[in-house]
Design a binder for this molecule. Structure first.
Ligand code: C2E
Ligand code: CA
Ligand code: CA
Length: 283
């Protein structure tokens, strides 16, 4: 009865739902995954991959840090599958800390070699993590602990997580910006794409969502959106980066319209740091 009630609430309230065994199965699967995730954290099943980010001349300028989970029975589980659940259960907090620790340690290691010292790292931050009371302190602590340069770190936020108390979000961002940390607005164009947001938030960069990039060559609307986002960013003095660049044609189209930074399979897939470093040295 309880499950049916929750379904009714999730269905917009003031409606009816009958209990269906599939509801129970979904809840069980979620609980199972959650327990596995908790255990996975203890057993070191999580790691991070690095996906190259390049400039207009295809020179490597940094990487995005992407979380990976190697489940003992299921193999690689996609973050798209476990991040939402980690958000709901609160496990995103230890997971987010783990990713930040990895990123700071990597930045500190890279700082020691001239071939990698200039590389930046972008880290995805989830809504719950960003809103957590200790978030600012934790980021600064992770940087300090590893003696990593905050100017090499970018935090990626999405529009939806900034809704609500925007003043509070701006205050947090400003505290971190004062230390040199950069901010990118991820998946731009898929959410509210509010222009007043762009004006008010202390951002450095916007990321064109990969959906627009993917279809820019086949759908004139997507092409127009991609072009407009680039123009908007350029006129607001923000860096713009296109993600999901899979082909030479994508790259050419974006370059032609003024995009200066790129990320996608065309330039490199997300890989463990050892592979990433090998690729850097071979460039
Ligand atoms: P995102 O932040 O938009 O990350 C980009 C996603 O696009 C990554 O998927 C990446 O592997 C994929 N991608 C990159 N280039 C291409 C391309 O050329 N073509 C296609 N089709 N895909 C490409 P991934 O690694 O599966 O991550 C999915 C999402 O999970 C991320 O989307 C992000 O929202 C979330 N995520 C990943 N790592 C973290 C993390 O450490 N913390 C948080 N909060 N979220 C994370
Ligand atoms: Ca991202
Ligand atoms: Ca994205």
């Amino acid at each position: 009865a309880d499950l049916a009630m929750y379904e009714a609430k999730a269905g917009g309230r003031n409606t009816l739902r009958f209990f269906d065994p599939a509801m129970q199965a979904a809840v069980n699967a979620r609980l199972h995954l959650e327990a596995d995730m908790r255990q996975g954290l203890e057993r070191g099943e999580f790691s991070v991959h690095y996906q190259p980010v390049v400039d207009e001349r295809a020179r490597l300028v940094g990487a995005e840090v992407l979380l990976r989970w190697r489940h003992p029975a299921r193999g690689m589980v996609s973050p798209a599958e476990f991040i939402p659940l980690a958000e709901q259960s609160g496990l995103i907090l230890p997971l987010g800390r783990f990713v930040l620790q990895q990123a700071c340690a990597q930045l500190a290691r890279w700082a020691q070699s001239p071939a990698t010292a200039r590389l930046r790292l972008s880290v995805n931050v989830s809504a719950r993590q960003f809103r957590h009371a200790d978030f600012v302190a934790e980021v600064l602590e992770a940087l300090r602990e590893h003696a990593a340069n905050p100017r090499r770190l970018t935090l990626e936020l999405t529009e939806s997580m900034l809704l609500g108390d925007i003043e509070d979000a701006i205050a947090r961002m400003q505290q971190l910006k004062r230390e040199g940390i950069g901010f990118a607005l991820d998946d731009f164009g898929t959410g509210y794409s509010s222009l007043s947001f762009l004006k008010r938030l202390p951002l450095d960069q916007i990321k064109i969502d990969q959906g627009f990039v993917r279809d820019a060559l086949v759908d004139p609307n997507d092409a127009a959106i991609a072009r407009s986002i680039i123009a908007l960013a350029n006129s607001l003095g923000l860096d713009v980066i296109a993600e999901g660049v899979e082909t030479e044609e994508h790259h050419h189209f974006l370059l032609q319209h003024g995009c200066r930074a790129f990320q996608g399979y065309f330039f490199g897939r997300p890989v463990p740091h050892t592979d990433f470093e090998r690729a850097v040295l071979n460039r």
